[in-house]
Design a protein around this ligand. Structure first.
Ligand code: CAA
Length: 380
């Protein structure tokens, strides 16, 4: 078993690291403070091919493997977790779903601009009264012959305000439960489609999270993805891949906080020596390094299984469950190691601690990951 990255993966890692240091680090504190979307930075991510990393170049993507995607995501999230979630949603929830399940016309029209990063996309599943229990959503799309009439509200949608195209999941036949759900591509600006309030969040404040309101929106029949009734299975399949993206974001948050804490511990002195020479601090760093390495291995394993075309429901859920816990634990300890400095904005670790929490919530809470994992292992 070879745990080394290939030459190409190392190059991508370096490119992402340079981009994060040169383009994301300047202004990251201010964007967090002002809830400012990283517009210019996302344009540069598009130029680097980071918004459609795994998509075939014939559809505007970079044609890379999922391990490269994890490697790049970690480097971006180390510095700016908000930019990382914009990247994760566009890559894993939007582009990957369209590449695998959309028809050729849909790919030409929607995937091409999304994968090349000319526009970005959003994935709208959650609702005010249906988050974890995705089957209980209330949004409906009534079949009217050559179009569907879409009505309902979606909540907490990443890229909600900045996206141009939205994948929206809705019931077309509620009696059929999850078999009566479909996925649609909806364009910003269509009559009756309103972008709702922007959420004022604890973390990932540079990303924009909105509710979406659909009031008699006419969605052409050709914008349904897949066969009638495929929407729930589509959402689940897409989320399996999305969880690798969020696991990598969590990994990046953890390794970013760890690197800052290690650097600080090597220079800060207390009781006549650098604090890393105190076992109380050294053991915290030892735990952090071990857990981050384990989280990285789970992310690489899930990504490598994706590259082999294997079922990634279990490995993706394990990577997300564990990496998000490591992100929380590591960032809390990084703040502790920094002492009073850790509690102020300019040392970055307090932001990483706030950013970490959402990784245990979105794209399936940790409790949902345990449902997915336990169902998978019980089948064996
Ligand atoms: N992978 C593939 N298929 C899956 C699956 C998975 N992980 N989980 C369920 N399915 C399939 C089942 O096989 C079944 O298919 P068939 O009927 O064809 O056999 C179908 O889905 C229904 O399965 P269940 O009966 O198990 O469904 P359930 O109602 O018990 O729910 C659940 C299962 C796993 C809890 C699911 O509801 C779930 O994943 N919930 C969490 C939703 C979620 O992650 N939301 C995040 C929102 S997106 C977001 O955060 C976006 C953002 O902007 C960042």
């Amino acid at each position: 078993m070879n745990f080394n990255l290939s030459e190409e993966q190392l190059m991508i890692q370096q490119a992402a690291r340079d981009f994060a240091q040169n383009e994301l680090l300047p202004g990251v504190i201010e964007r967090d403070r002002d809830q400012k979307f990283p517009t210019e930075q996302v344009k540069k991510m598009a130029e680097l091919g980071f918004l459609g990393m795994m998509v075939d170049p014939k559809y505007g993507g970079s044609g890379l493997d999922a391990v490269s995607y994890v490697v790049a995501m970690e480097e971006i999230a180390k510095v700016d977790a908000s930019a990382a979630v914009v990247m994760s949603v566009n890559n894993s929830l939007v582009c990957a779903g369209l590449e695998k399940y959309a028809n050729e016309d849909q790919k030409q029209k929607y995937l091409m601009p999304l994968a090349s990063g000319q526009v970005i996309g959003a994935f709208a599943l959650s609702e005010p009264e249906a988050g974890s229990d995705a089957t209980s959503q209330k949004t409906t799309a009534e079949d009217k012959g050559d179009y569907y009439l879409l009505n309902g509200i979606k909540n907490w949608i990443t890229n909600g305000g900045t996206a141009q195209y939205y994948i929206v999941i809705a019931h077309t036949n509620p009696e059929k439960k999850h078999k009566g759900i479909n996925a649609f591509i909806v364009e910003k600006g269509w009559e009756g489609f309103e972008i709702g309030l922007k959420e004022d969040k604890m973390g990932i404040r540079g990303s924009d999270t909105h509710s979406l309101i659909f009031n008699n929106v006419k969605v052409p029949k050709e914008n349904r993805i897949g066969e009638d009734g495929f929407g729930f299975n589509f959402a689940m399949a897409v989320l399996n891949g999305g969880r690798i993206g969020i696991a990598s974001q969590a990994l990046g948050i953890a390794s970013g906080a760890y690197e800052l804490a290690l650097k600080y511990a090597k220079t800060r002195k207390a009781f006549g020596t650098e604090i890393i020479n105190h076992q109380a601090i050294a053991f915290k760093l030892a735990d952090m390094a071990t857990q981050i390495t384990a989280a990285r291995m789970l992310c690489y394993k899930a990504a490598s299984e994706k590259d082999q075309g294997l079922d990634i429901s279990e490995s993706g859920a394990m990577a997300k469950l564990y990496a998000s816990q490591v992100a929380m634990d590591t960032t809390v300890e990084a703040v502790q190691i920094h002492g009073g400095y850790g509690y102020v904005k300019e040392y970055h670790v307090e932001r990483l601690m706030r950013d970490a929490k959402i990784t245990q919530i979105y794209e399936g809470t940790s409790e949902i990951q345990k449902i997915v994992i336990s169902r998978s292992i019980s089948k064996k």
